[in-house]
Write a protein that binds this ligand. Structure first.
Ligand SMILES: [Zn+2]
Ligand SMILES: [Zn+2]
Ligand SMILES: [Zn+2]
Ligand SMILES: [Zn+2]
Ligand SMILES: [Zn+2]
Ligand SMILES: [Zn+2]
Length: 401
C-alpha cells in the first residue's frame, strides 16, 4: 500500500531536536523524518527510563547521543548559541503566564507573604502568592523552571514549568493559560515525558497486559488525547447515567486497549501532530478520525466485520490482543495503539459467540467475552458511541533495532 503521509517534502526539517537540516530523500522518492541515519538512530535508541544528561545550553532537551556517546548539547544550534554567549547557558525567557511573576520583581509585586517556603530544596524564600491569595509551590519562575530541570513533572503544554496542584490533585498544566490553550485547540494530543506518572501508568498497564508469548515491545512514546468538548460531554453524561442506574462507582469505567489501522505517522515524533484525514472515508487511517470525533459504531466492524459479539465497539484488557488488530498502512518503525476509557456498567459475561447482538442483553450495559471456549483472550464490547472515548495513543517499536 502506498504511504499516504504527504506531510513531508524536501523542505521538511529533520525531527531531531535543534537540527536545521532538511530531511533525507529516499531513492523511492519518499522523505524520511530525519536528515540522515545518525539523527534517526539517535532518536530511536533512547531506551525509556535511562538517564540522558540535559543540554548544557537550553537545560531542557536531552543531549545529542551519537554512536553511544553523549555530547554536551542537544544539537548544533544550542552548541553554537552557547559559544556565542561565551560559555553561558541560555536564560529561559519569561513566559506570559499570569502568576507567579518573574522572580526578580517578586518583592515589589507581591503584597501577600506566605509562611510556606519554596519547594526547591535549596531555597528558603516564601512561595509566591498571587493577588487572589493563591499560593504557588515555588518562590519564582526561575525556581519553577529549575524544578522541572531537576525532575519535577512538567506542564504538558509548555514543558517549562511544573504542573500545579488543583484542589489537591496534580493538574496536567502549569497555569490556567496553558490549560485553556489546550482546551481551545482540542481535539489534540500532547506527548508525555518519560518521567511523567501518566507515562509510567500507561506503559505499565501495557506491559502487564501483554499476554501473548511473543516478545514484549518497547513503548517509545505516549500521547495524552484531549477530546473535543462535545465528545467529552456526551461521555461524561453517559457515565453519570450508568453510575446512577447501576450504583457502580464511575459507571464501572475501565481502561481498555484498541488496535486499529494507521495510514500516517501521526505521533512518531514530537512535532508530528497534524491529522492525515478527518474521517475514514478513504479507509486507510482510523487513528486520526478517532482522535477527532471519538469512536463511531457505524464505522466499526468494517474490517473485522461483526465480531464474535455482534455490532459493537471492541476493546481488550489484553494489550497483545489489541495489538493483533493494529495495521500500519504506510512505512513507520512504530505501531500505534489506543488506550480508551470505556463505561462498562453492568457486564454480561459470555463464553460463546453471539454474532447477532446489536445491544447488550437485557439488564446489562456491556459484554465481556471471556477466554475459555471460543476466545483465547478477553474482549470488551460496548454498543453505544457515548460509552467510549480515546484516552491515550501509545507508540511502540515495531522493528527490533
Ligand atoms: Zn538532523
Ligand atoms: Zn539545547
Ligand atoms: Zn525558590
Ligand atoms: Zn505550562
Ligand atoms: Zn492518520
Ligand atoms: Zn484517512
Amino acid at each position: 500500500m502506498m504511504c499516504r503521509d504527504r506531510s513531508r517534502s524536501k523542505d521538511t526539517i529533520c525531527a531531531f531536536p535543534d537540527c536545521l537540516r532538511n530531511v533525507w530523500k529516499d531513492p523511492d522518492g519518499s522523505f524520511s523524518a530525519f536528515c540522515g541515519k545518525q539523527h534517526r538512530n539517535a532518536m530511536i535508541s533512547h531506551p525509556v527510563g535511562t538517564n540522558i544528561p540535559v543540554c548544557k545550553n537550553c537545560q531542557v532537551k536531552p543531549v545529542y547521543n551519537g554512536n553511544g556517546q553523549f555530547y554536551n548539547f542537544c544539537g548544533v544550534r544550542c552548541g553554537r548559541d552557547f559559544q556565542k554567549r561565551g560559555g553561558h547557558p541560555a536564560v529561559p525567557p519569561p513566559e506570559p503566564i499570569s502568576s507567579p511573576e518573574v522572580g526578580g520583581s517578586l518583592e515589589l509585586a507581591s503584597t501577600l507573604v506566605s509562611q510556606k517556603s519554596c519547594s526547591l530544596q535549596t531555597c528558603d524564600r516564601p512561595v509566591w502568592v498571587d493577588d487572589s491569595g493563591t499560593e504557588s509551590e515555588y518562590c519564582s519562575n526561575q525556581h519553577r523552571s529549575l524544578a522541572v530541570e531537576l525532575g519535577a513533572e512538567a506542564c504538558l503544554n509548555c514543558k517549562k514549568f511544573p504542573k500545579i496542584l488543583v484542589s489537591g490533585k496534580r493538574s496536567d498544566f502549569c497555569s490556567d493559560t496553558c490549560k485553556q490553550s489546550v482546551i481551545d485547540s482540542a481535539p489534540t494530543m500532547l506527548d508525555l515525558d518519560t518521567n511523567d506518572k501518566q507515562f509510567l501508568n500507561v506503559s505499565n498497564q501495557f506491559l502487564d497486559a501483554w499476554k501473548h508469548p511473543s516478545e514484549v515491545p518497547n513503548i517509545f512514546k505516549i500521547w495524552k488525547i484531549y477530546n473535543k468538548k462535545s465528545d467529552n460531554d456526551r461521555f461524561e453524561r453517559y457515565r453519570l447515567l450508568i453510575e446512577r442506574k447501576t450504583g457502580l462507582a464511575n459507571g464501572n469505567t475501565c481502561r481498555r486497549w484498541h488496535g486499529t489501522k494507521r495510514g500516517c505517522t501521526l505521533g512518531d515524533t514530537s512535532n508530528r501532530t497534524s491529522f492525515c484525514c478527518s474521517d475514514d472515508d478513504d479507509d486507510s487511517c482510523c487513528v486520526c478520525p478517532i482522535i477527532q470525533r471519538s469512536f463511531k459504531l457505524e464505522k466499526s466492524g468494517t474490517r473485522y466485520t461483526f465480531g464474535r459479539f455482534g455490532r459493537g465497539i471492541y476493546t481488550s484488557a489484553t494489550s497483545s490482543k489489541a495489538d493483533s488488530y493494529v495495521q500500519q498502512n504506510c512505512f513507520s518503525i512504530y505501531k500505534a495503539m489506543f488506550l480508551s476509557d470505556v463505561v462498562m456498567g453492568k457486564t454480561a459475561k459470555m463464553k460463546r459467540d453471539n454474532t447477532v447482538l446489536t445491544e447488550p442483553p437485557q439488564g446489562y450495559d456491556s459484554v465481556v467475552g471471556e477466554p475459555g471456549l471460543a476466545l483465547n483472550y478477553d474482549e470488551s464490547i460496548v454498543y453505544k458511541d457515548d460509552a467510549i472515548r480515546p484516552a491515550s495513543l501509545g507508540l511502540k517499536t515495531q522493528v527490533k533495532i
